[in-house]
Design a protein around this ligand. Structure first.
Ligand SMILES: Cc1cc2nc3c(=O)[nH]c(=O)nc-3n(C[C@H](O)[C@H](O)[C@H](O)COP(=O)(O)OP(=O)(O)OC[C@H]3O[C@@H](n4cnc5c(N)ncnc54)[C@H](O)[C@@H]3O)c2cc1C
Length: 376
């Protein structure tokens, strides 16, 4: 048995690692290096949080991925994963939060919260903005003050602990693990984009592989003629994290935190507002625009991201902006993680369409592929 893994993003590399750990010889091929900006996984925020990944298996995959990231994050001297607090802001229009009739207090319809929020490691909790401000006296998170949040109209927040993957470093570490295996044959800069499933099968046969595992992300749209796969366009500004200047109101608040909101006025479903401290950058976002194929930031988007940074507490005029990035989340109504019935001698297993959650589910998805491969 030898498997050809196509694609060297978060899904392809972690799948190849899983196969190697299960003693399946692997040939890994992709047209460009994992560090190439066209690879969706390189720019991603790396936040563990299911987002636009619709599949009944997502919770299990996310939980298996959390297991791995959590133990990595707890290891001393690890520079691949950092566990930090995340705060998601809500206004009072959220249907999960109801006002009680007799008092002005609120309660949460916890049955409606997604399953992943119940993992005890995350310490997922709801806080009013006052409680958040009060907790912050102890935690000293670099997020806007209680007054600033109230003035904007935010009412309460979800707060949880979560891993952040340093995407470029993790891609390199996964690739290294594969390259160091004597049974692996690796070329991740072939310059060759496969055109069809038949094409992948031909290449697999020429490389003496009896299975091909398609982890080509958005590349599968053309390769598999899959009209269900759409790009959820996301834009980011990358601000230097080290000594990042903060607004005067946040002086003394030393601890990095993720801040995000899809609630107005700062965010919406298609224009979420977020900051994710990741490795040496703080990623400032963003957008989620299905079907928008524009390859770069528009001027209006750059302006909005600068405003988002300022709102979230960064003194953007004095910050060092290291770069900007546009990526396309491979979204599919159901993730395609299955074996395809084909005529040829080479088996074909697909693993693409993980939407905005590639780093949140890649370990679980890799285990699923390995199980499919080894089941028969
Ligand atoms: C702005 C933004 C922020 C994000 N933030 C997060 C986050 O915080 N947390 C999270 O979990 N997820 C996040 N995501 C989503 C995550 O980035 C994706 O789900 C993930 O990168 C998908 O991984 P992949 O390996 O399937 O695709 P990719 O990383 O794009 O890899 C695809 C691979 O296939 C290769 N390939 C493409 N076409 C072909 C072809 N025709 N033939 C051969 N090879 C081909 C490519 O070169 C590449 O090697 C974010 C995405 C965006 C855009």
């Amino acid at each position: 048995m030898r498997a050809l893994v196509v694609g060297s993003g978060a899904i392809g590399l972690r799948t190849a690692v899983e196969l190697i750990r299960r003693k399946v010889p692997v040939t890994l091929r992709s047209p460009v290096s994992p560090l190439h900006p066209s690879v969706c996984s390189i720019g991603a925020g790396g936040l563990w949080m299911p987002f636009h990944c619709d599949d009944s298996r997502t919770d299990r995959w996310a939980s298996e991925t959390l297991d791995e990231l959590w133990s990595l994050g707890k290891e001393e001297d690890n520079d691949l994963v950092e566990i930090m607090p995340a705060v998601s802001l809500e206004n009072n229009n959220n249907e999960l939060v109801r006002q009680t009739e007799d008092t002005n207090s609120t309660y949460t319809d916890t049955d409606k919260l997604p399953t992943w929020t119940k993992d005890p490691r995350l310490e997922f909790q709801q806080l009013t903005v006052e409680m958040l401000g009060w907790q912050n006296i102890v935690k000293k998170l670099r997020i806007p003050t209680e007054e600033e949040l109230k003035r904007a109209g935010y009412w309460h927040a979800w707060m949880f602990q979560t891993p952040i993957v340093d995407s470029p470093k993790m891609l390199q570490a996964l690739l290294k693990e594969i390259e160091e295996n004597p049974d692996a044959d690796v070329d991740v800069e072939t310059g060759e984009y496969y055109e069809s499933v038949d094409h992948m099968q031909e290449v697999a046969q020429s490389l003496s592989c009896d299975t091909v595992i398609n982890c080509a992300g958005m590349g599968s749209h053309a390769m598999c003629q899959d009209k269900n796969l759409v790009g959820g366009r996301g834009v980011l500004l990358q601000v230097e994290r080290n000594n990042c200047p903060r607004r005067p109101s946040l002086q003394g608040m030393e601890q990095d935190a993720v801040l995000l909101t899809e609630a107005r006025p700062w965010g919406s479903d298609t224009e979420p507002c977020y900051m994710i401290p990741r490795g040496n950058i703080i990623a400032i976002g963003g957008t989620y625009l299905e079907g928008d194929t524009h390859p770069q930031l528009r001027d209006s988007e750059r302006k909005r991201l600068m405003e988002n940074a300022q709102l979230m507490g960064i003194d953007i005029a004095n910050a060092n902006i290291l770069g900007e990035w546009t990526g396309f989340r491979p979204y599919r109504p159901i993730v395609r993680c299955e074996e395809e019935e084909t005529q040829g001698h080479v088996r074909v297993i697909h693993s693409y369409g993980h939407g905005g959650s590639g780093w949140t589910v890649n370990v679980g998805a890799a285990k699923e592929v390995a199980d499919i491969l080894l089941r028969t």
